[in-house]
Design a binder for this molecule. Structure first.
Ligand SMILES: [Fe+2]
Length: 265
């Protein structure tokens, strides 16, 4: 499996603080079943800006340390780019790193509390630059559990979605968990990511989340979101998207509803 979202580059953001911690995270993700991990440090416009060159150097260092430690996991470069109005221009100037550095897919993060008014414009401009935006953990944004229909609108425009596995454990609260389940049931998840910042206290959280994904979407689609689609990113190929989307209620809820209808009737 391929994890397209992690913070394993030591000392670059709020993720891993040392190479030892990085190796611990990589070993844990390997235990969960990931053979490839994309390192996606936070990239913000402004004084703390992290350049593609810095990320590429740090990724090469981690690759070397992982190999020296005898861990057979592939580490590839990427970035989690916090949205700002000039993103399209920055892409054109080569200032933002794409997923796997293949120049085709860009991981975009939104503010947690509200969706900026320029979001659609930025997505459009990124697409004009030939990039497909991949929205990091959509289920965690407050603005989206208030207005989930925006997900349908974006999906129709070819925006792709990365589920944060840990949302399914309820770690971020009931609403992200609920929206994650709803998106899975609605075929609105294209990739998964751990968003690992440090060694997790429990080895089983990601494993249980993956099991939940598998049960919800079935084996065929499970392979798509954990292997085939991320592999397409790395090869610069097209990830199938678009078409008619519909926000469905999670299966579990539906069953409950039917039971109460039967009970009342
Ligand atoms: Fe992240």
């Amino acid at each position: 499996m391929i994890d397209i979202h992690s913070h394993i580059l030591p000392g670059l953001d709020d993720g891993s603080k040392s190479i030892e911690e990085t190796l611990g995270i990589v070993r844990q993700l390997q235990g969960t079943g990931f053979k490839t991990i994309l390192a996606t440090p936070h990239v913000l416009e402004g004084t703390d800006f992290l350049s593609p060159a810095e990320i590429l150097t740090a990724t090469a260092d981690v690759c070397q340390a992982v190999a020296e430690a005898g861990i057979s996991v592939e580490i590839l470069p990427g970035a989690e780019n916090y949205i700002f109005p000039d993103m399209g221009k920055w892409v054109r100037a080569g200032k933002l790193l794409t997923l796997g550095n293949t120049g085709k897919y860009i991981l975009v993060e939104l503010p947690m509390l509200e969706i900026p008014h320029y979001t659609d414009q930025v997505f459009f401009e990124l697409q004009v630059e030939g990039l497909t935006p991949v929205l990091a953990h959509p289920e965690r944004y407050k603005g989206l559990f208030q207005e989930p229909e925006r997900l349908i609108d974006w999906a129709k425009k070819g925006i792709l979605f990365q589920l944060d596995l840990r949302s399914l454990s309820g770690r971020y609260g009931p609403q992200p968990k609920q929206l994650a389940e709803r998106m899975l049931s609605s075929d609105l998840i294209h990739f998964v990511g751990s968003d690992a910042h440090r060694v997790s206290r429990s080895d089983s959280v990601d494993r249980e989340a993956l099991q939940c994904v598998r049960q919800t979407i079935g084996e065929k689609r499970f392979r798509e979101v954990t292997e085939t689609n991320p592999q397409r990113i790395l090869e610069g190929k097209i990830v199938p998207s678009g078409g008619e989307y519909l926000l469905k209620e999670p299966e579990i809820k539906k069953r409950k509803h039917r039971f109460w209808e039967w009970f009342r009737g």
